[in-house]
Design a protein. Structure first.
Length: 126
């Protein structure tokens, strides 16, 4: 009788682990945090129009967790950060740890019209 209870308890524990563990640590977007940042979470919402981004500088400290949401106000745009290999498209959010200090150019990675080359800014990590 005790052996049956032990096997049943073990089977339930394994089943619960298989259901719960795969969900741990996910953020809900394709660019989840690789590791937790040491600093606070810095959140930014960038609005994109055919004339450019409304925010051309994003300043954070090294170790901060950065969340960037891109809202397309006019046209289809993205925001790609060179040097971090991160990209967000309109209506989406990316989250990452600013683990490298420096100035990193971001730009639209979707050919969006005659002002496409003006779609630039800088991520500044101190």
């Amino acid at each position: 009788m005790i052996e049956k209870l032990t096997k049943r308890t073990l089977a339930l524990a394994i089943t619960a682990a298989l259901v719960v563990l795969p969900a741990c640590g996910k953020i809900g977007d394709q660019n989840a945090i690789g590791q937790a940042g040491k600093g606070p979470v810095k959140q930014f919402t960038v609005h994109a129009r055919s004339t450019g981004y409304d925010m051309t500088e994003i300043k954070v400290k090294q170790g901060d967790t950065v969340k960037i949401t891109l809202k397309n106000e006019q046209g289809m745009h993205s925001l790609k950060i060179k040097g971090y290999n991160k990209e967000v498209r309109g209506g989406k959010t990316i989250t990452f740890v600013a683990d490298k200090a420096g100035k990193f150019v971001f730009s639209c990675n979707i050919s969006c019209g005659k002002n496409h080359k003006a779609m630039t800014g800088k991520l500044i990590v101190k």
